[in-house]
Design a protein around this ligand. Structure first.
Ligand code: KIV
Length: 272
């Protein structure tokens, strides 16, 4: 059942119960107007730290701050009263200790009224996930390609190929056993995604993984085709809004320069 037909807000527990059912629809989004649309059609809205690259022009997600996540978390939450809102913990705000993670997660939840947080990392983050879950914070995990550690893992490459497969599977199992309610599998081989989806009892949410995952997530600006020069293999453009926006801006500039705009329809006459 989608968020639009189920008029009750979706909880992390409900997402967990959707394992093996109808695919879970997730979108990474950052603003109120998009959240209003996603709220009707999606089960889960992720306020991803990809916001730093997508909306703020940062070169990676490593420069994203807690304040940025709070601001965009609040914006999304204003537009979403049905879909589950999950906010990413940004780089440097949780890795040092479970206590640091709790401090950041509880602050973000209090400030944004989101329902859950997401953090990146596999087996090494399991004690932190357990610490948060034990204290009432629903956690979505993220394994495979973890963009916050892209400098450490040597770039945006497919994970889990060959001998690396068992490591990613072990990561997914560790975050599940620590209490995560779902796990994002990013840029892993299809075989691995299918194996993990069969092996785990929590939902797998794929991005560059497999349509056999329990759900899918894409970044909204990517799937709307906002960027004409950025298209990883796993992104399908469901629209070409970047091209349409650029054409509209060029036309506006031209009409201003030629004094076609504003025309009669867009100006106010004095009362006769
Ligand atoms: O930051 C993000 O948008 C994400 C998704 C792409 C999974 O982590």
């Amino acid at each position: 059942m989608s968020a639009s037909t189920n008029k009750k807000p979706i909880s992390a527990k409900k997402i967990m119960g959707m394992k093996g059912q109808e695919p879970i629809v997730c979108l990474a989004a950052y603003t109120t107007p998009i959240a209003r649309m996603a709220n009707v059609h999606c089960d889960l809205i992720l306020v991803g730290d990809s916001v730093g690259m997508v909306l703020h022009g940062l070169p990676s997600t490593q420069g994203v701050s807690v304040d940025m996540m709070v601001m965009h978390g609040q914006a999304v939450r204003r537009g979403a009263d049905l879909a589950l809102v999950v906010v990413d913990l940004p780089f440097g705000s949780y890795e040092a200790s479970p206590e640091q993670a709790f401090e950041t997660a509880s602050y973000i939840m209090a400030q944004t009224d989101c329902s859950a947080i997401k953090l990146e990392g596999g087996a090494h983050m399991a004690p932190t996930i357990q610490f948060l879950v034990d204290r009432g914070i629903p956690v979505m995990a993220h394994v495979g390609l973890t963009p916050q550690s892209v400098k450490g893992i040597g770039g945006y490459a497919v994970q889990g190929r060959g001998e690396d497969r068992q490591r990613v599977l072990d990561d997914a199992t560790a975050v599940q056993d620590a209490g995560a309610f779902a796990v994002v599998l990013e840029m892993v081989t299809e075989e691995l995604a299918i194996e993990a989806t069969k092996a785990l009892h929590i939902p797998t949410i794929g991005i560059g993984a497999s349509n056999q995952c329990d759900g899918q997530v894409l970044v909204v600006d990517d799937m709307l085709g906002m960027f004409q020069d950025f298209k990883p293999k796993f992104v399908k453009r469901f629209a070409q809004l970047g091209e349409a926006a650029e054409t509209a801006i060029a036309t506006y500039a031209d009409e201003v320069r030629t004094r076609q705009f504003p025309g009669d329809d867009h100006i106010y006459a004095d009362k006769k």
